[in-house]
Design a protein around this ligand. Structure first.
Ligand code: HEC
Ligand code: HEC
Length: 302
């Protein structure tokens, strides 16, 4: 009897020991990924200070590239994801207020994180769609930085970023697609000057910098959004084989402005229509033209 108990104790100790080793290994591997350092070219971008450029930056931040969706309407930060298993992702306060990082970032730091997804510390930004912002022209990027610089100081009381046990395990095994710098190839061509584009090219430019292609996929066919949990809403097929194939330009604009589709569906908040509804008619028309021009794809083929 006592022999059996002894054997059982050894077995239990073995299992606990293995679990401990696995936990430590997952912790160390995930820390290594989180702290991985990246380098990027230093781009000389002119940062304007005139009122018109700051206004353009504000428009981009609130209606097009929708920084406000995560950083909040006043850009004083916000909780993006809070999941006990995956973790809590928080977008920092970008102003110079209490807890704000506005006073601790140079223009070059802001350019690097928006365009290449690399923080001041040299790590990959998590979740923030810099792979979409990579497409911003120098002029629009300069306007965005000018706007961030102009923000009035606002205090915040944000919790810290934490990684949950599942978030750590998925990170350790390279299965958590939130390390955005990994998705960015600094050699990929991008729009140099977006001001003189014809409507169709302008539509493509806008679909890239506003994140339509980030969530709906490079081929716009919808499906699971990278880095989101399995129960997160799937994005819709925006190619001509989806509902949009049947919509008129007016239907499309009304959908973005009202959050209601011609089929009578109310769009979920994960689709940032409440920000996009402030886009100008001209820009929405250009996006519509572009969406109508892409090849039809079956839903979820990205
Ligand atoms: C989908 C959510 C999301 C959107 C949209 C977003 N961000 Fe972020 N941003 C984050 C998160 C989360 C962090 C912190 C990530 C981390 O530290 O890993 C962050 C960090 C930052 C930082 C700090 C980087 C550093 O050096 O620490 C800046 C600056 C920033 N964002 C600017 C912007 C601007 C400008 C836009 C719009 C063009 C934008 N963000 C859009 C989520 C977002
Ligand atoms: C953060 C992710 C995200 C971004 C960015 C995003 N979408 Fe969506 N979109 C969604 C999700 C999720 C749905 C599904 C909504 C639902 O089922 O209620 C959706 C649905 C739609 C629909 C409804 C289609 C239908 O057949 O009912 C349209 C239209 C649409 N998006 C257009 C756009 C455009 C245009 C852009 C860029 C300007 C864009 N989306 C950017 C997540 C996103």
């Amino acid at each position: 009897m006592s022999k059996l108990i002894k054997l059982f104790t050894y077995l239990l100790a073995g299992i606990v020991g293995l679990a401990l080793i696995a936990t430590i290994a997952i912790y160390l591997l995930s820390e290594r990924k989180i702290n991985q350092l990246y380098s990027a070219p230093t781009d000389a971008i002119a940062i304007p200070s005139d009122a018109a450029s700051i206004e353009r930056g504000k428009y981009l931040a609130s209606a097009v590239s929708v920084c406000v969706d995560c950083h909040g309407a006043n850009m004083a930060g916000g909780v993006v994801v809070d999941d006990p298993a995956l973790g809590r992702i928080v977008a920092p306060n970008l102003t110079k207020g209490n807890q704000g990082i506005g006073g601790q970032r140079s223009d070059a730091d802001l350019v690097r994180v928006i365009r290449y997804g690399i923080t001041k510390e040299g790590k990959s930004v998590r979740v923030m769609p810099s792979d979409d912002y990579y497409h911003l022209s120098d002029k629009d990027l300069g306007a965005l930085v000018a706007y961030v610089r102009s923000l009035p100081a606002t205090d915040s009381n944000l919790p810290a970023i934490t990684m949950g046990p599942l978030g750590r395990a998925l990170t350790a095994f390279g299965q958590l697609d939130i390390y955005v710098a990994d998705r960015i190839d600094p050699k990929k061509p991008r729009q140099k000057d977006a001001e003189t584009l014809a409507a169709l090219d302008k539509g493509k430019y806008l679909a890239d910098i506003s994140g339509c292609t980030g969530c709906h996929g490079p081929g716009l066919s919808g499906g699971q959004i990278p880095g989101t949990p399995p129960d997160y809403p799937k994005s819709s097929n925006l190619t001509p084989s989806g509902n949009l194939g049947k919509w008129s330009e007016a239907d499309f604009i009304a959908t973005i402005r009202s959050g209601k589709t011609p089929e009578g569906k109310t769009l979920v908040d994960e689709m940032p229509w409440k920000n996009y509804r402030n886009m100008s008619d001209d820009e929405l028309k250009a996006i519509y033209l572009y969406l109508k021009s892409v090849p039809a794809r079956s839903t979820g083929s990205r």
